[in-house]
Design a protein around this ligand. Sequence first.
Ligand code: NAD
Length: 419
Amino acid sequence: MTVYSGPVFEMAVNQFGVIADHLAIPADERDRLLMPKRAIVVSCPIHRDDGTIAVYEGYRVQHHLTLGPTKGGTRFASSVDLGEVAALAIWMSWKCALVGLPYGGAKGGIAVDPAAISKRELEALSRRYMQEMIPFVGPHTDVMAPDMGTNEQVMAWFMDTYSMYQGRTVTEIVTGKPVASGGTLGRREATGRGVAHLAKRVLKELAIDLNGATAVIQGFGNVGSYAALELHRFGLKIIAVSDHTGALYNKAGLDIPALMRHTAEHGSIKGFSSEMQYDPADIFTTACDVLVPAAMERAIDGPMAEKLQCRVLAEGANGPTTPEADLVLEKRQDEIFLIPDILCNSGGVVVSYFEWVQDLQQLFWEEEEVMRREYQILDRAFDQMVMRAKLDRIPHRTAAMAIGVEKVRAAKNTRGLFP
Ligand code: NAD
């Protein structure tokens, strides 16, 4: 038992155990690699609109500081707890190392349903959270970014709050900001574009014609909607989409640009069409070429993995597939091509890194430059993962994580143990 214990943390621990066994990492090195360096828990009091005071619990976990500052999103959701945040921070570490960024992983969040509070309350809570975190973050210590339930506006409030305390504008304290406040072109779209880019690569390798190929997406937020838009642009039909309010299905393909306009206006896919209503429980079992889980972790468990009917599983979300489901996927004869989360959704942190670099240098790039460099990094990591999986005869997730863990381990071992 640790303070982090819980189902999501256990998942990160189990996955690490598989990698550590594969890499034959000695027992006495394992905790040093796995256990988070720091965990911060804060109380964030705010005035509610009705005049009462409410206190929300906020978290930040910094996994390791070996390669540079820590980097990771901030999640606002009722389900957030310390264990979930710690697991997400650990995954961020393997992800950053896999794609070669000079960061350790971090993650943070507040246990709050952002839809249940007003915009003024959300601003107050965002600012108070950042203010509580000031002693523990910094452009060379820990750099935040958006995640579930947060967005560019929240990042702008974070940046403004930090800057007010410093007495100068410090855009490099967070990434995923609006372009008008020091953000980079292409960050909003980066994660979804990366998911779609890698899915396209796999479809080509499997000799599946992009035109008329089908995709199904769970979650229509930042990641899901831009992945859908890009796949739609490549010629795929997005036949089903779901979010927390329900699901939609259209055999001929949904009108994704229209659905994005609808969600921008109404906040969800609800009310888009009454004829296309679909049972959200069927989203993962719908036959398709590309399945993109882009909502919660642990969405695909063992029994669900038996029923998947896709050719490519492109993990837009973090941790959407449980270790039990991984075992099922490994045994299935029909071989679903898995693009594991730490690679598949890494376009987000890659472009966050570009944003940080641009802010530090005050030299801004064209969107084409951002995209070209993003795809270059994703393609290199994809090639390394596929080669490693073939060489070691291991699943893609094990290969991707092994590359990440190995890099962190090498850095720790060459730096040595202080004092
Ligand atoms: P978001 O808040 O923008 O969107 C989340 C979406 O999931 C919403 O459409 C919501 O309605 C939907 N959803 C929530 N619960 C659901 C349920 N039970 N069934 C179906 N849909 C549900 O969040 P996001 O930024 O798109 O993040 C989604 C996932 O991608 C998370 O796992 C996050 O950690 C991961 N991720 C995000 C980024 C990024 O750049 N935003 C980068 C890497 C990974």
